[in-house]
Every structure is written in C-alpha cells, then in structure tokens.
Design a protein around this ligand. Structure first.
Ligand SMILES: Cc1cc2nc3c(=O)[nH]c(=O)nc-3n(C[C@H](O)[C@H](O)[C@H](O)COP(=O)(O)O)c2cc1C
Length: 367
C-alpha cells in the first residue's frame, strides 16, 4: 500500500489518550533496572528514542514487591520508583510521545530469590509451573506457590490501585493491567492454574473476578479513560492452559464492559482471527491487535476492521523509528536475541535510526 494512504497514520482516540498514529509499541521486559527496581538514564533514552509511536506501553512493572518476576525488572511499589520513572516519562513527553505503564504481577512465575524475605510465590492455587526460571544463581526449577487467602487477594487488588496512582504520579499517561502470558491475573483466569472453590474459582465469571476487581480498583483510582487491559488467549507460555479459552475471554469482556476501559491489547497466540472477531464486538474502547504483525498485516487488520491500532514488539526493539520506516517503506532491522534481556546499552539504545544510518554513510563516503 502507498504509505501516504496507509491507515496506520490516521489519528486515534483511546480514552483520554490521543494517538497521532495507530502504531503502538508493545510492552517488553528488557531487564535493565537495578536490584531495587529503579530504572535509570538508559531506560529514559530507550523510550525517548521510540516516542514516535502512537503510544508506547512500558515493560512489565511490579505493583508490589511480591509481584516481581525476574531479575532487574522495575517496580512502581514505592516512592523511589516514582522518582525513577518520572525521568522516563519526562523524556518521552519532551520528545512528543505518550507512555502507558504496564502493571505486571508474576504470581507463581516468580522465585523466592526475588521476593521479600525469600517468600514463597503466590498464586490462586498451589500448582507448580513446569519449567525453569532464570535467576542470579542460574536456571532453577519453578517453586510450588502458595494459594492466596481472600484477605490477601483484597490486599493485592488494593496494591494494584496504589501502583496505578503511583504511575500517574510518575507522569504515565495511562495504566495497562497485564492479564496475559501466564502471570497472576491469567493464573486466576485459566482452568489449569485456578482450582479454587470460592468466589474466585470455578465458573468463567468466578475466574474472571480477580481481573474485574483489579480493573475496578485501578479505574477507581485513576479513571477508566486511563485504564487498559492486555490479554493473550491461547498463549501457553509459563505452563498455562484453559479448558475453554473462548468462554473465558468472552465472559471476561462481557463482565468488564460496564467499566468502559480506554483500550484492550489483544494478543492471541493462535486462532487470532477467531478471537478478534469474537472479542472486538464485546469491547467499546480502542481495540489493539498484537503479536506477529508486519506492516502489510497491520494495514490489512485496520482496513478489514479487526483492530483500531496494531501493537508491534520485536520490530520496535530493532527499529526505534519504526513509524517513519513504515511511512517511507524503508528496510527494517531485526532484533538481536542475545541482548533482549541483558546487555546494558548494547542491544538497547544502540539500534540506529534511518537518519543515523544516513549520517554514517555520508561520513564513510567522505572518508
Ligand atoms: C523481549 C520481550 C519482552 C517481552 N515482555 C513483555 C512484557 O513485559 N509484558 C507483556 O505484556 N508482553 C511482553 N512481551 C510480549 C510482547 O508484548 C508482544 O506481545 C510479543 O512480542 C508479540 O509481538 P511481536 O510479534 O510484534 O513481537 C515481550 C516480548 C519480547 C520480545
């Protein structure tokens, strides 16, 4: 498609946000925070470089210390975290961008070495995930989690609301609840990980209750026009599974409809056409489709009405000026897998823009 006619470049309203284009940067954990969960100058530079996105969704951020899931991931669990993130949001806004904080509680996917007092990870039910997790001591099998009590669930719900308020205090434009990829909210949603017999387990509506309550709490704290949700139907990452995926997600979306959230990031791992067709009519806000898109597929999704905007992950890592490259139909770089979760500046802030490549070529031809 001629880039000048591309639907990727028409503006979009998503709740309180005004996106100048429909190219959204996916939330991506990059593990560059310090051991206290504070991001630094490199992270400000990384997001600033990508501020040409319609909006950016941050890497997963733990809302409370028990939610931390991986080494060197950042938090919004205390006042110091707010100060650290403020530097990032200021840099993004100065560059003309918008950035949303993704709140991610890892639940059973965490490891005692990451948790206060080497605590046991928490989950809806005490079911150990298959597989291993990367820690500072190397790869370790997952621990068996402890099932949360109802008062503990209520405390976590409150802590999400406090973290959302901290996100706004830190200058984020909105908050996204991560209810995908096998972390705590998805552990509640999914039949394999939730065998509770109380109001949080059993029927699809009961399994949705935790996500509904967290969204109500976040929207209560910062407003539904600044609240979004991410789901990943049929993504079996982190040993998750569901006896009836479609029932779970149609039930969830019908139940949260009265909340009138700003946006939904829907990133199914399989049967994407089916999920977008069934889920989009149940959601009144901006519907973002993600996972595995390139420019042509994104334009097709916008043209056939299956999404309002498209979320790009790995392409945004390797192409900080991705919208410009799409507009010019310029070649795209590929991300280096070795530096996705480690490497400091390397593989983080050193992917060149088209302008930097042109300047480099001009210097070389002058030499
Ligand atoms: C390095 C890396 C880290 C990721 N971390 C997160 C995360 O913190 N939160 C999240 O919701 N998804 C995370 N994802 C998934 C992406 O948001 C996205 O859904 C996925 O990469 C598929 O999109 P893509 O095919 O355009 O890359 C991550 C993906 C990558 C590649």
């Amino acid at each position: 498609m001629d880039p000048s006619n591309s639907p990727l470049f028409s503006p979009l309203a998503a709740g309180a946000l005004r996106l100048p284009n429909r190219i959204v940067m996916a939330p991506m954990t990059r593990s560059r925070a310090d051991d206290e969960g504070n991001v630094g100058a490199l992270t400000a530079q990384y997001y600033e470089q990508r501020a040409g996105a319609g909006m950016m969704i941050s890497e997963g951020i733990y809302p409370e210390p028990m939610g931390k899931g991986y080494v060197r991931t950042p938090g919004l669990a205390e006042a110091g975290h707010v100060v650290a993130w403020r530097r990032v949001t200021d840099a993004v806004h100065a560059a003309g961008g918008r950035i949303v904080a993704q709140l991610m509680h890892a639940g059973r996917i965490s490891d005692p070495s990451l948790l206060p007092g080497h605590a046991t990870p928490v989950a809806p039910s005490a079911i150990r995930p298959q597989g291993v997790t990367y820690t500072d001591d190397g790869l370790k099998p997952h621990a068996t989690p402890r099932a949360l009590t109802v008062p503990e669930i209520r405390m976590i719900v409150d802590n999400f609301a406090h973290a959302a308020q901290r996100a706004v205090d830190a200058g984020f434009d909105a908050v996204e609840l991560h209810a995908g990829s096998g972390y705590l909210p998805m552990q509640f949603l999914s039949t394999r990980t939730n065998v509770r017999s109380d109001a949080y387990g059993g029927s699809a509506l009961n399994r949705s209750r935790f996500v509904i309550e967290v969204l109500e709490a976040i929207a209560g704290a910062i407003g539904s026009a600044r609240t979004g949700l991410k789901i990943t139907p049929e993504k079996r990452f982190n040993d998750i599974d569901d006896a009836d995926w479609l029932d779970t997600y149609t039930t969830l979306l019908a139940a949260i409809r009265p909340l009138q959230l700003a946006f939904l990031e829907s990133a199914p791992e399989a049967n994407a056409a089916l999920y977008h067709a069934r889920l989009r009519p149940l959601f009144d806000g901006a519907y973002f489709a993600g996972a595995g898109f390139d420019r042509a597929r994104a334009e097709a999704a916008l043209c056939d009405g299956s999404a309002d905007a498209v979320v790009f992950g790995q392409l945004f890592i390797a192409n900080p000026d991705l919208p410009r490259r799409f507009a010019l139909n310029a070649p795209l770089a590929q991300a280096d897998r070795a530096t996705l979760y480690a490497g400091g500046a390397r593989g983080y802030v050193d992917y060149p823009t088209l302008d930097a490549l042109a300047a480099q070529a001009a210097t070389e031809s002058a030499e």
